[in-house]
Design a protein around this ligand. Sequence first.
Ligand SMILES: *[C@@H]1O[C@H](CO)[C@@H](O)[C@H](O)[C@H]1NC(C)=O
Length: 336
Amino acid sequence: MVNPIGAAVVVGLVGCIYKALKPPRPKICGSPGGPSVSSPRVKLKDGRHLAYREFGVPKEEAKHKIIVIHGFNSSKDVCLPVSQELIEDLGIYFLLYDRAGYGESDPCPSRSVKSEAYDIQELADKLQIGPRFYVIGLSIGAYAVWSCLKYIPHRLAGASLVVPFLNYWWPSFPARLSREAFGRLPRPDQWSYRVAHYAPWLLYWWMTQKWFTSLSIRAGNMAVFSPDDLEILKTLSSVGEEKITQQGEYESLHRDMMASYGKWEFSPTDISNPFPNNEGSVHIWQGYEDRLIFYKCNRYISQKLRWIHYHEVSDGGHFLIFKTDRCEAVIRALLL
Ligand SMILES: *[C@@H]1O[C@H](CO)[C@@H](O)[C@H](O)[C@H]1NC(C)=O
């Protein structure tokens, strides 16, 4: 005998759980009822659009072309403090784009570490910026740079990983070091990264539930910033901020976490030198005081990969690129 009340309770519970776990449909830019499209976009082979922003010297006249890859909860509107003088002296064309699901770029349900490199390659080819270009990846955007170094090294003129994010489950990465770095993170962040890694199907619920803190930044925990970061934070521009997650946090933030903290096909330390004849260079910039990214891990990667130029900024935190002198140092090191 089935108890009808019991059965109704079970069905109701299953319904609630299903609703809590299932992300809402994204509000696609340019679709009926969705946000409008105001930036130029390219259409990729699979039909998705990528929105982009160009600045600096026109690409036809540029000596150097740099694609800048934004970080978590950011977009192509991220403002790099580079002087007009440096841009003109070195002849630099900058290309920024909204990574899939962010801003005005269509979501990519099959987004992965690998898909990021191919998005960049297609963007470069659609805009005809030539056979080789530079990439600069900021924070979590650095996983796209590792992806380029792994999958499309022949397209690169040089690469810079600025305060590059860490995956705590990289294959063939010393477990002791990963544990040490992970242990330094605030508890809520540890849980969020664990969920993204082990149970991505639960991530939407985890990031939207109200019982526990998901990310300490969101809860206003300022202890994750170094003194230098706190200074810089006051000066950061908020241009375009309202557009970052306008298509939904799931397709932007949550997918970013699932791709970056998920299971990788390779470890950065397995990558071989893309420039054996010194035709270009690869750099890591790390703040010694960065409280989000533990310096020892990126120091380790640079010691393993002797072809990486490692720059450790003693008083630098996670936002080191947002000071003009350092931002220009990153660019000069890459191009000269
Ligand atoms: C993303 O940034 C906005 C401000 O631009 C902030 O209000 C929001 O809490 C941030 N989200 C996360 C998950 O950090």
